[in-house]
Ligand binder design. Structure first.
Ligand code: M6R
Length: 601
């Protein structure tokens, strides 16, 4: 949600900022902007919409060496207009900001009473005016920045530069990620995600929570009252090429196709002849644990729900799942016999992070299943199992979900063994090892789905139905379709349709039925028949052609293991939503109104 970058060095400042923003564009693409400073002269450009509009606007400008800050926006306060785009400016200072200033209304009133005129509807603009007022009062940039940050409430990361404080960028991290990169070429980079500095910086320092500092004349200075303590640099690994589209039409498509490979990475060193071994769980003291609570949002929530069936079926451990944004307001009863698990691709989702903080404060042991090392959630949790999906750029999560499910399945097997629960471990492990193959082979459905998709564009809605752990998978199928096609879709328990939603059934109601052979197959058939009798248009995903009850069929393999069926259907649903969205002409990777990581509540 929003991306920020900064650059200090002798290179082409504009190009450095734009290339960094390009890598973060998937986090927000309502507008973008940059400010470049050379001694005490600042030039700024802003444009609404995608980054290419900003590139076009700034194309004549060149600046070798100096300082720059940039931003790509996902609107929280105020419409996606140019005035609301960052950098926000006062009379001589410029700021970019990621997060939310919760007390901006009061601050704005105070500043307006002092004669400040606001031009935007954002919360961010207060920062820059407050800084200038403080500078007038306190006389130095350092004091002004400290006082400004001290007045802000909320969660945010900020970069600020001012003509009155030449050759300087101020930075602050309070609840939103910010990192500082460097290389041997006297260049310093700022970014809200390391994707923006891969291939540029060789080392990165992830700033700790609640700290401020500045870079002045190329030197990083942190001796403020709330200064970031010694920055700990780590080698920055990963290459840019792996984050490019590699011949696919969209990142989402590439990421669907990568799932076989990333699943192999996820399993590596964790699945053995007769058991799973997960270091991160072995290192925890799980003796008194008799229940699990899982918190997550969106797709990660669907992984959580699916896994709760595995934890209860396979490991016989009581498992509750709560949507993270609901958790903290429900006054949950937290007991120390509960392992608190959070699932997050980004590791930065504000709702999940807040739920995690509550669980930590209550003294629970906490475990993250996360894709981004060093993210806020990873740093806060007692232990983390990394999903190893690699950078996921499509806003619609695919490979991250696949790897979350693989990790959670392994966790269920870990608890089954630990608690001495009888299960057919050989069969489980065999199926687990087959996952990469099953997922890769599921791509064979792609051509048929491309053709089928043209029949599923203009109904009055979709129901994705399933039972047991195929119910959360149905919810995930519906979410995928909604977010990139903008068609209304619901994931529903198949047995529940007759209690109300079947009233919607007619030939314009599209139903996608998830029908695994290994689970409740006959019951699913009855539910599909009920819809078929009301003339609903039905696509079955099943191991056979059911031409007496459905209109279209995607025939999956009879794997003999429920999880193999789950993963094959997962790929089918991802491809279906993508092909429908492509036919509707939508930008699959950057769907309207969304952002890759949601760092506001
Ligand atoms: O990074 P997280 O897994 O915590 O993100 C949670 C949701 O925002 C995310 O899954 C969202 O629903 C995706 N766009 C789904 O495709």
């Amino acid at each position: 949600m929003c991306g920020i970058v900064g650059y200090i060095g002798r290179g082409d400042v504009k190009d450095e900022l734009l290339s960094g923003l390009k890598e973060l564009e998937y986090r927000g693409y309502d507008s973008a902007g940059i400010a470049l400073m050379e001694q005490n002269h600042v030039t700024s450009f802003k444009a609404t919409g995608k980054l290419k509009n900003l590139e076009q606007k700034a194309k004549e400008y060149a600046q070798d060496g100096g300082i720059g800050i940039g931003h790509t926006r996902w609107a929280t306060h105020g419409k996606p207009t140019e005035l609301n785009a960052h950098p926000h400016y006062g009379t001589y200072s410029y700021v970019v900001h990621n997060g939310i200033i919760e007390n901006y209304v009061e601050l704005k009133k105070e500043l307006e009473a002092q004669g400040v005129k606001f031009v935007s509807q954002t919360d961010t603009e207060v920062i820059v005016h407050l800084f200038e007022k403080n500078l007038e009062k306190l006389g130095t940039g350092d004091k002004a920045f400290e006082a400004t940050i001290a007045a802000l409430e909320g969660a945010y990361a900020v970069l600020l530069l001012s003509k009155d404080v030449p050759e300087t960028v101020y930075f602050a991290r309070f609840g939103s990620p910010l990192m500082l990169g460097r290389n041997g070429k006297q260049e310093i980079f700022f970014a809200s995600s390391d994707a923006a500095i891969l291939g540029k910086a060789t080392e990165v320092a992830y700033l700790e929570e609640n700290c401020i500092g500045k870079v002045e004349n190329g030197t990083i200075i942190t001796d403020f009252e709330k200064g970031c303590s010694d920055l700990e640099y780590k080698a920055l690994r990963g290459d840019k090429v792996s984050a490019q589209k590699g011949g696919f039409r969209f990142f989402m498509e590439k990421e669907i196709y990568e799932q076989g490979d990333v699943l192999s990475d996820t399993l590596m060193g964790r699945v053995f002849e007769n058991r799973v071994h997960i270091d991160e769980l072995e290192d925890m003291d799980l003796e008194g644990i008799s229940a699990i609570t899982i918190c997550a949002c969106g797709t990660s929530y669907h992984a959580a729900l699916s896994s709760s069936y595995l934890f209860e079926h396979v490991a016989k451990i009581k498992t509750d799942v709560v949507i993270a944004s609901e958790f903290r307001y429900k006054e949950p009863i937290l007991t120390p016999d509960t392992l608190f698990v959070v699932i997050s691709q980004s590791g930065e989702t504000a709702d999940t992070l807040e739920a995690l903080k509550m669980a930590k404060n209550a003294g629970l042991q906490t475990l993250a299943v996360c894709n981004v090392d060093n993210s806020s959630i990873v740093r806060l949790c007692d232990s983390t199992i990394l999903t190893r999906a690699g950078i996921e750029k499509g806003v619609a999560s695919t490979k991250a979900f696949a790897t979350q499910m693989a990790v959670l399945w392994m966790c269920a097997l870990f608890f089954a063994r630990k608690n001495g629960v009888a299960c057919d471990m050989d069969a489980e492990l065999k199926a687990l090892r087959h996952l990469p193959k099953v997922t890769a082979e599921a791509l064979r459905h792609h051509e048929k789905i491309k053709r089928l998709s043209k029949r599923y564009l203009h109904g009055h809605g979709f129901f994705f139905i399933g039972r047991d752990l195929f119910y959360p998978l149905a919810m995930e199928g519906a979410l995928k379709l909604k977010e990139i096609s903008y068609l209304h879709a619901e994931g529903y328990p198949a047995g529940e349709m007759k209690h109300g939603p079947i009233a919607l059934a007619d030939s314009e109601l599209f139903t996608v039925a998830l029908m695994p052979k290994s689970q409740l197959y006959e019951k699913m058939k009855s539910n599909v028949e009920e819809l078929s009798a009301r003339d609903a248009t039905i696509l079955t995903i099943a191991p056979e052609i059911l031409d007496n009850i459905a209109d279209d069929f995607l025939v999956i393999d009879e794997h003999g293991h429920v999880m193999s069926e789950y993963f094959e259907m997962m790929v089918v649903l991802q491809l279906l939503s993508m092909e429908v969205a492509i036919r509707l002409g939508n930008d699959v990777d950057m769907p309207r109104n969304l952002a890759k990581s949601v760092t506001v509540e």
